[in-house]
Design a protein around this ligand. Structure first.
Ligand SMILES: N[C@@H](CCC(=O)N[C@@H](CS)C(=O)NCC(=O)O)C(=O)O
Length: 305
């Protein structure tokens, strides 16, 4: 699925990185400017545009922040097709997967405009600045924080709660958000065992923590909840089966399952979720994980409250 070297797209893909023990290694995001009131990237409605794929959990963070912070009018979105091709993430000329901002056919064309020329993976999400015509950031964690600087909606990291939020963020990133990938992309039994054990240890811990609480930190929804939700939304339809995260299902955890549905029913959130797209994405043909590309029909899950 390719990567970019000095601004030029190369369709041949070395595949997910792994260490000498067969553990999955996620590449670091390298375009990391910041939107701040003193500029050069100031928070202005209409100036920035978000490139996502609805099935990507990292892009999901940015989509959630956009709706929860009331930025739907201020920040436009282009939705890539759910399955990558030889060109990586691609767009159609018209329809729901068209790009109304730069009218590109592939996301690598957006990265190709970067100066100095970009080398690395061509990932979603990407936040594009229409004014200076460059990518502000390709790191979802930063994009979520930057959306907070538009000063709308609730504060997702209230100062008093920030240290506790950071602690959950770190644990959830390592063992859950990236943990499912560490299980699914493991190249050895030991690497898989390590990842799947850590994943379910954290889910068990969250299940216990949610006794008598609605949210991970404090009395209301924070960034820690925002960052947990994309993995929960994909858990039973994708990770459970496609990534062998099958010690338990989300629906087997009474409190965690109620918590996930509470978030799903927050205003705007259901519009950022697409279970069918998750299946199409995670069960796309893959020589290592799904050679025949057969997409399962189930499971049937009722997300109503
Ligand atoms: N650190 C990035 C990771 C984003 C990421 O890995 N996105 C995946 C889709 S879920 C992607 O675009 N992968 C394409 C590739 O690696 O070539 C972030 O959180 O923003």
């Amino acid at each position: 699925m390719g990567l970019m070297v000095k601004g030029v797209w190369h369709p041949e893909d070395p595949g997910p990185g792994t260490d000498e023990h067969g553990r999955f290694l996620r590449a670091r995001s390298t375009i990391r400017h910041w939107i701040t009131p003193d500029g050069p990237f100031t928070p202005e409605p209409g100036r920035y545009h978000l490139y996502v794929a609805i099935n990507c959990p990292w892009a999901h963070r940015a989509l959630l922040a956009r709706v929860i912070l009331g930025l739907e009018e201020a920040i436009g979105v282009s939705y890539a097709r759910v399955r990558r091709t030889e060109e990586g993430w691609v767009f159609d000329d018209v329809g729901p997967h068209a790009d109304p901002c730069l009218h590109v056919r592939a996301l690598h064309e957006v990265y190709a405009r970067q100066r100095p020329p970009y080398t690395g993976r061509v990932t979603v999400p990407v936040l594009w600045d229409r004014q200076t015509e460059q990518i502000v950031s390709n790191e979802s964690a930063d994009i979520v924080r930057m959306f907070g600087s538009f000063g709308r909606g609730p504060d997702l990291t209230p100062p008093g709660l920030a240290p506790e939020i950071e602690e959950w963020n770190a644990l959830i990133y390592r063992t859950v958000n990236n943990g499912v990938y560490r299980a699914g992309f493991a190249r050895t039994q030991a690497a898989y065992d390590e990842a799947v054990t850590a994943l379910f240890d954290t889910l068990d811990r969250i299940e216990a923590h949610l006794e008598g609480r609605d949210w991970l930190v404090g009395e209301r929804f924070t960034e820690a909840d925002l960052r947990l939700f994309p993995t929960l939304a994909r858990f039973d339809v994708a990770y459970h089966y496609a990534f062998k995260c099958n010690i338990r299902r989300l629906v087997d955890y009474p409190r965690l399952w109620a918590y996930a549905r509470r978030i799903y029913h927050m205003p705007g959130v259901a519009g950022t979720v697409d279970f069918e797209a998750y299946k199409q994405g995670y069960f796309a043909p893959s020589p290592l994980r799904n050679p025949l590309g057969i997409v399962p029909r189930g499971p049937l899950i009722d997300w109503s409250l």
